[in-house]
Write a protein of this length. Sequence first.
Length: 173
Amino acid sequence: MSWTVPEQIRLTMVHQMEIRQEPGLTRSNTRESWCLVRRPDHGELRAVLKCGRCGREGVFVIQDLATTKRLRRGPMARSLASAVVLIGIVAALWIIGFTDGDITLQVLAFPASLLFLPIGVYLLASPSSNIGVRPPESVYFKTDTVREGLSYVTRNSRRGEGLACSGNAKPAA
């Protein structure tokens, strides 16, 4: 996730029609309806997007720039503090272990590096995935799974209705 807050947001309603599981392969048949929305200047914006398959209307709540930054501030601070602590532990083990000559700290430095450094780098690279959008609740329909040859196919009990209808939001490309 980016350090910046996106100005344009892509809202998507995804209707999942069926899942087909074959040996070593899983396919999902979906229908998408999407639109691009600009973040409001002040307050919040309620954007309604209609699913192109079932007609369900999903209400997305989009926060303004200041509110989104405020919502991201806490997770970003915790992420950065955790990264500094993890990288600091590794650095301390290496410095103290090899300058002081303590074999215990020298032995601990290698596994700590393998464990803590990737986690610390990940925390530095992706501080928060909050883009200030609350998507609508997902709807799940009653399903049946049947075997067709070597495949297992999950479909809705009522033909053509689908498995689920959900909404998501991500930064516009």
